[in-house]
Unconditional design. Sequence first.
Length: 202
Amino acid sequence: MSDAGAIAIGYAITGLVLVGAGVLFLWMARRSEAGRLQRNQLAGVRTALTLASDEAWYPAQWDPLPRIRLAGWGAIGGGCVAALVGVAGLGAEASAGLFLFTVLASAAWLLSWTIAAGVTGERAARAAVDALDEERVAETDHIFVGGTSRMAGAFDAVDANGLVAIAHREEDRIFGELGEAEQGGPGAIDDIEPVGRRRPEQ
């Protein structure tokens, strides 16, 4: 095989690698959009925050979908151009320059949109976690305030009922002593004990 043929094959293989990377990004975007890309260490926006919980993971995969698709389509386009340069059999200098430019531009495109997707996913995950924390705090406060109000109402009811019961008992005692005094004669009325004070024992 001549040197030119080997170079053309190298160009084509490099182009296919870029196309494969782009297809992988589009596949990942499709699975993320369908909610089938679960937490893992290989694909998706993977940070300490997004890997900590599903509540952070899925928003981090959904929000950057447009950027992931742009990265994938750019890599596919660049890979096709790189492969065609090798197949076209242009002059050595012309093909080398075009190939190098295409590969570098495709790599920069892929890297830039990957970083942008990661930043967007991290922000989405942080927002989702913060919103969930605020919701949990609000629920806790609601339960605490509601429970405190119910306890206060119960204590008030107990205090009111207790006062009513004491008043009824005192009323019954007074009327009972009055009845006994009426049965005992005119002088027995003097034996009634004043309310709140008892006669000392002899």
